[in-house]
Write a protein that binds this ligand. Structure first.
Ligand code: ADP
Ligand code: MG
Length: 504
């Protein structure tokens, strides 16, 4: 509408330099005067150019924005003070605009009187002159230097933040108030196995552990209500099915009106920390039990020696009840065995650490248990990697570990089977000793109980074997891991560091 009016006015020569709106301030204002008034007072720059490219009208705003008084430009070619690189752009725009009046504005640069370049965003509108030649045009443009600068600064800071997000090891995601993921950092692929693209548009809480879902949802609702950041711990399902422990910080982003626009979530994988905490707890448990055990064991051992001595004496003096004496002595022997196991748990006494060949120790242990293995129809095979380094260790203690583990294996095989023992050197400068048995296996729900004191499933078990073994391996700065499958068998892995300074 506005352009149509302007076109009319231009046709009638209203924007010719000699035209002066004599009646401009007299009421009532004519339509023509009104439009001239608008062009003269607008903040945009307005130029009317004739078919030969000469500027016939230049709005007064040129002086304020570009430092050029309008009179200094009128009569000059329209390319005057237009950046050379923008000439063809304007020409092309003009050609296209003839057929497409909805064309979005273009950007061009005009030179300020002081030599600097000022950025504009504008439209070029062509129209017929009174000889029906469509070569005249109107150029209307708005200065956008500040806006452009702000946009560039914004893009720059956005690029900076994106760079941080893209390269961060933390999981960074942006969700809307419905928890729909709008952005996910590439670290999602390394930590959780999902590509960022596959997550966008999905619900953020979709892969949470079912037990953690309610608490996380509650937290999110609280964040939406209070608009204050929260911190939360929960388990998130990795693409391959296992759960990763995450510590997640939720930061609300408020819009200008103070409403929550987006929520930024920064998650950190704390599985390792959790594992360390668990190990510390375990170590502490072992050491407390060890101290207790050592105290009790000492108290029991002394009276036990006297009782045993006297029973043996009584047996020699008495002719009857030999069976009872024998049973009593067997039971005392068992108490003695349990007590010595308990003593193993005590704080490290003076130990005799020496470099030893682990394979030789294992061979000795096999010899020791061979008869029990044959009785149970168990076949033991070994695979030792050649040229393995020696391990600085307390030989008798390691022997005890291997006896415990091998005995457990034999006892788990009820109708004949296999036990394979292998020793290899790992890349991490450790020896890995693996015991694989084809025994009954351990039900999953009991796996967490392994190594707890007195946990046993055997009539004659003590439930101390694994606990003592763990403690000994720990003293050697190694680790013991058990994996098992019910009715298939159990694998015990013992890692021992090659370079290790005992008790350091
Ligand atoms: P104990 O042998 O005296 O029962 P341990 O601490 O050596 O005590 O073992 C505890 C329990 O762990 C055993 O009773 C058994 O249920 C289970 N266990 C240990 N090793 C194995 C194995 N190789 N196969 C099946 N179960 C095992
Ligand atoms: Mg045992």
């Amino acid at each position: 509408m506005f352009f149509a009016k302007l076109r009319n006015m231009l046709k009638r020569g209203m924007f010719k330099p000699e035209y002066v709106p004599t009646a401009s301030l007299q009421a009532p204002l004519s339509q023509d005067d009104l439009y001239r008034l608008i062009a003269d007072n607008t903040n945009e720059i307005v130029r009317f150019v004739d078919q030969s490219g000469i500027m016939l009208y230049v709005s007064p705003s040129h002086e304020r924005i570009l430092g050029h008084p309008p009179e200094s430009l009128v009569g000059l070619p329209c390319t005057e003070n237009l950046h050379k690189d923008d000439w063809s752009k304007i020409r092309n725009y003009l050609a296209l605009a003839k057929y497409n009046p909805e064309l979005p504005p273009i950007e061009c640069r005009l030179q300020h009187r002081d030599g600097s370049w000022v950025l504009f965003e504008g439209r070029v509108v062509s129209f017929f002159n009174n000889r029906m030649q469509e070569d005249n045009f109107l150029f209307i443009a708005r200065e956008i230097t500040d806006r452009k600068r702000a946009e560039e600064a914004m893009a720059e800071s956005e690029a900076k933040y994106r760079l941080i997000a893209e390269n961060s090891l933390d999981l960074i995601r942006i969700v809307d108030q419905h928890d729909t993921i709008l952005y996910a950092s590439p670290s999602h692929e390394t930590v959780l196995g999902y590509t960022p693209e596959s997550l966008i548009g999905t619900r953020g809480g979709a892969n949470l552990h079912p037990d953690d879902y309610a608490a996380a949802e509650q937290n999110f609702i609280k964040l939406l209500e209070t608009k204050t950041p929260t911190i939360d711990e929960h388990r998130y399902r990795h693409k391959d099915g296992h759960y990763v422990d995450l510590e997640v910080q939720c930061i609300p982003l408020l819009s200008d009106s103070g409403e929550i626009d987006r929520v930024i979530l920064v998650g950190r994988d704390i599985s390792e920390r959790k594992r360390t905490e668990e190990l510390l707890r375990e170590a502490e448990k072992l050491s407390v039990i060890g101290e207790l055990a050592a105290g009790i064991a000492h108290e029991i051992r002394n009276p036990l020696t006297s009782i045993k001595g006297f029973i043996q004496l009584l047996r020699e003096q008495s002719s009857g009840n030999q069976l009872y004496y024998s049973i009593t002595l067997d039971e005392l022997e068992r108490i003695n065995f349990i007590v010595s196991e308990l003593l193993m748990l005590a704080k490290p006494q003076v130990k005799n650490y020496k470099p030893k060949n682990v394979c030789e120790i294992i061979d000795n242990v096999i010899t020791l248990l061979d008869s029990q293995a044959i009785m149970n129809n168990v076949q033991i095979t070994t695979h030792f990697e050649p040229d393995l380094p020696l391990i600085v260790c307390e030989e008798n203690h390691l022997k005890q570990v291997f006896i415990n583990v091998l005995k457990n294996g034999i006892e788990a095989i009820h109708h004949g089977g296999q036990i394979t023992i292998s020793v290899v050197k790992t890349d991490g400068e450790e020896l890995l000793i693996t015991f694989v048995d084809s025994g009954c296996g351990i039900p999953e729900e009991l796996a967490c109980k392994l190594g707890d004191p007195f946990y046993t499933t055997k009539d004659k078990g003590t439930g101390l074997g694994l606990m003592v073994s763990k403690k000994i391996i720990q003293d050697h700065k190694g680790r013991l891991e058990i994996t098992s499958k019910l009715h298939v068998g159990t694998t015990v892995k013992i890692y021992l560091p090659i370079e290790h300074h005992p008790e350091s």
